[in-house]
Design a protein around this ligand. Structure first.
Ligand code: NAP
Ligand code: MG
Length: 415
């Protein structure tokens, strides 16, 4: 599409955005969003990778690794939801094998932390009345129960845990338990470097969003393991004390049960840094508490400032099967659109192209105003206040946003 035509898409990009397409219903949405909400308005430089499951299978998953390297290179990516294959998917798609989760591959390549943030809409009241501002969850993505070693204990006997220094010298051994009968045992680990990178990423994100930072654990019980997390967070906060003070960002450590109780009475507007398992639970609780999975965005941030944006939900398989049967669907594309606007705004911010940032803001406003005007998908129709008369289809929702966006852009968004 070489030269820009009057009223046509405007070339606004300096550097590329890495685009990763995906699967099922979100793949349908991906195409509609690009075609109706992006391409008519802005001319981008996209470096595209297709993470569609058949394509991952054909390339023996090389395409996922290439995409991850591209994000490292260009600094900004936007990803569609993808299937993480299990045995049923291997059969359904005639796969060579159950390829690993693309999100896991990309997270490992970027050594990143995932932040999940609800999209606040006036007409979608959260389940918790006090939540008037978003609560962002930062989830540590390494270790603990996800990398544990566990054993079934068949009967009476002693379980020990020991460390053998690679440099030689005496081993350290402690008794875990003297079993008098059958039971189970589990060994967990984490790494100072990983915890530190997590703390740094959370501080960085709290500064960029200008929100307070919470970290919670149970160091009163776990006096070595949890206490190490607490100590490392405190050390990293001290290193950034001047920046935090200048930005008015406060840090506090809480016991996890105290944090859970306080969250339910808090107005929000903070980043809650969670250990791996806590983050798994709390992010799903907050997603449903704030209304819908369709209103939850997710961003992966690497310690050296690379960003990957996506919706927090999956490929919405059930709706896709309806779609394949020719039945109308009403899937919420909000989080997918916000993945795009997040990437556009970040690209614009890094490149110094204000026009791209303004476009991203105009698109976000168009989505929110559409929902607030009562034009909603089925998931929101049940919880919006005032209650809308009905709901629109997947494509109908995107069409309504496109109309609003077009009039906003015509009414003098800066050229
Ligand atoms: P899901 O795709 O998140 O959908 C679960 C249910 O949540 C849907 O059936 C739907 O409920 C509701 N939902 C989610 N997103 C919605 C939206 N945008 N609009 C309206 N309703 C929405 O989870 P899943 O069905 O368990 O997983 C499907 C596939 O996604 C799996 O293969 C999994 O591997 C993959 N997955 C990928 C990612 C990722 O790429 N980041 C994350 C999670 C899962 P109703 O059916 O009640 O309408
Ligand atoms: Mg989970």
């Amino acid at each position: 599409m070489g030269s820009a035509v009057p009223n046509g898409p405007r070339p606004v990009a300096v550097n590329p955005i890495v685009e990763m397409n995906g699967d099922e219903m979100t793949r349908i949405i991906w195409g509609l969003v690009k075609q109706r909400l992006i391409e008519p308005f802005v001319e981008l430089k996209l470096e595209s990778y297709d993470l569609h499951l058949p394509e991952r299978d054909r390339t023996k998953d090389a395409v996922t690794h290439e995409a991850a390297r591209a994000i490292r290179r260009h600094g900004v990516g936007v990803k569609c939801a993808t299937i993480t294959p299990d045995a049923a998917r291997v059969k359904e798609y005639h796969l060579e094998k159950a390829w690993p989760s693309p999100n896991g591959t990309i997270r490992a390549a970027l050594d990143g932390t995932v932040f999940r943030k609800p999209i606040a809409v006036r007409t979608i009241p959260p389940m918790v009345r006090s939540w008037t501002k978003p609560i962002i969850i930062g989830r540590h993505a390494y270790g603990d129960v996800y990398r544990n070693a566990e054993m079934k204990i068949p009967g009476p006997g002693q379980v020990e845990m020991s460390f053998h220094p690679a440099s030689g010298g005496d081993a350290m051994t402690i008794v875990v338990h003297e079993f008098e009968g059958p039971g189970v045992v589990r060994g967990q680990h984490n790494l100072d470097g990983s915890i530190r990178a997590f703390a740094q990423a959370c501080i960085q994100y709290a500064l960029s969003e200008r929100v307070d930072l919470w970290f919670a654990a149970k160091d009163t019980i776990s006096k070595t393991y949890h206490a190490s997390f607490k100590r490392i967070f405190a050390e990293e906060v001290e290193k950034r004390r001047a920046d935090l003070d200048a930005a008015g960002v406060r840090y506090q450590y809480l016991l996890i049960d105290d944090a859970v109780a306080r969250v339910m009475r808090h107005e929000g507007g903070f980043l809650w840094a969670c250990r791996n398992y806590d983050g798994d639970l709390m992010s799903d609780m907050l997603a449903s508490g704030f209304g819908s999975l369709g209103l939850m965005t997710s961003v992966l941030v690497s310690p050296d400032g690379k960003f990957e944006f996506e919706a927090a939900h999956g490929t919405v398989q059930r709706h896709y099967y309806q779609h394949l049967k020719g039945e109308p669907t009403s899937t919420n594309s909000t989080a997918t659109i916000f993945a795009w606007t997040g990437a556009l705004a970040k690209r614009g911010e890094l490149d110094g192209t204000a026009e791209l940032v303004h476009f991203a803001q105009a698109l976000e406003r168009s989505v929110i105003e559409t929902i607030e005007a009562g034009v909603v998908t089925k998931d929101l129709a049940a919880i919006a206040e005032p209650r809308p008369a009905g709901h629109v289809t997947t494509a109908g929702f995107i069409e309504a946003i496109a109309e609003r966006l077009a009039s906003k852009m015509a009414a003098g968004a800066p050229r």
